[in-house]
Design a protein around this ligand. Sequence first.
Ligand code: ZN
Length: 278
Amino acid sequence: VKLANVADRLHLTDGTRSLDVHTASDGRFGPDPQSVYAVWSSFTAWAHGVSIEDGQPFHDLGPPVPRPQQVFAIGLNYTEHAAEAGYPPETMPVTFTKFPTCLTGPHATVDLPSQHVDWEVELVVVISHHAWQVPEDKGWDHIAGVTIGQDLSERDLQLSGTKPQFSLGKSFPGFGPTGPFLVTPDELANRDDLEITATLTGETVQASRTSRMIYPVPTLVARLSSICPLLPGDLIFTGTPAGVGNARTPKRFLTPEDTLVSAIEGLGEMTTRFRRST
Ligand code: ZN
């Protein structure tokens, strides 16, 4: 099953056509794209039997999960990126939040509040069933699906002085592009091993595989849910591979001339553009 947010209504899609869920289900599900995770089992049972054949071409895609109650984000989850950032691995993954007002869709133009905004392509997972103290081998059972995310980061604020501000530095408006679709894990050939890339104005700047995560998805669900309940429709940004601009020599940051394409195998791609806000 693939889900899209079309003009803030939940749609089923095959990637080229889509069907309004509220209409197709005679009002049983939707129209709010955020509402479906609380009734995930009955929704997927219904959705698997629906044909998209009568769907229409779509436009105006928003974030597939627009209003999560919690957004977890993981730092330093790929060995090469942890090394380029200069941190040793720990037993608990580095965790911060991206405040949900930063979320935007897969074709956004994002305001740059400074000259030091960086890119971080990430696999984003969406929680289905309430997750509390979940063992690792049950981690995927609590995942509704996956999508592509960009953890855009204003490095001056994020890394300022001796008291870094990870959550604020990564939460300016538009700093959480996600999409284009929410894809259920059964659609993927191998949910634990997906190619992940970021291409900046034609140059591949990040390229890895999600199998190279230090804390794989089920481990993240286990470690996070050992402390906080994870709620239906919550997001986890699972960390970025090596190749961010702040770790380059010379450093490179996003400009209004750049086009950032974020892609993950089986999930499609997302194109983000930029403009100066000052
Ligand atoms: Zn990140």
